[in-house]
Ligand binder design. Structure first.
Ligand SMILES: [Zn+2]
Ligand SMILES: [Zn+2]
Length: 146
């Protein structure tokens, strides 16, 4: 499906095509700090996203293999992107909350479920739930992260 969205102040906007109908949730400590909760993300091929106002985007690499981007005007988190070639390279993960219409998606997976703050639970159990060890087994590049 096609989707659009943008930051709180409107300086940065995106239009995306071939958007999958699913989202994942990452509970790793880096996503927890970055979002203040957990990163609910829709993973889209980077070439399927067109940014407007890209000059307002700031990025920071918080590990040797990935970077996060945000609006330098209002602080809205805009994306997580792997920068090191390897598994999951070439995709940009957009927070579900920055979509103009965040409806029409279903949850496919939660990762780092062993690091969810106690007292926080996501609804539903019919999706994949991976611990940190499960995630590292899928992609050893993440070893230095979190
Ligand atoms: Zn903004
Ligand atoms: Zn994470």
């Amino acid at each position: 499906m096609d989707k659009s969205g943008g930051c709180l102040c409107g300086a940065v906007r995106f239009d995306a095509v071939n958007v999958p109908g699913t989202f994942g949730i990452c509970h790793c400590p880096m996503c927890r700090r970055w979002t203040g909760s957990a990163l609910i993300e829709v993973s889209i091929a980077s070439e399927d996203i067109t940014w407007t106002g890209a000059e307002h985007i700031a990025t920071r690499a918080n590990s040797e293999w990935a970077e996060r981007g945000w609006c330098r005007e209002c602080g809205t988190g805009l994306f997580f992107r792997q920068t090191k070639p390897g598994k999951w390279f070439g995709a940009t993960d957009l927070p579900l909350g920055i979509f103009d219409d965040p409806n029409g998606f279903t949850i496919s997976h939660e990762i780092y479920v062993d690091q969810v703050p106690d007292g926080l639970a996501c609804v539903g159990t019919d999706h994949k739930r991976l611990t940190r060890a499960d995630v590292l087994a899928l992609n050893p590049d993440l070893e230095d992260d979190a």
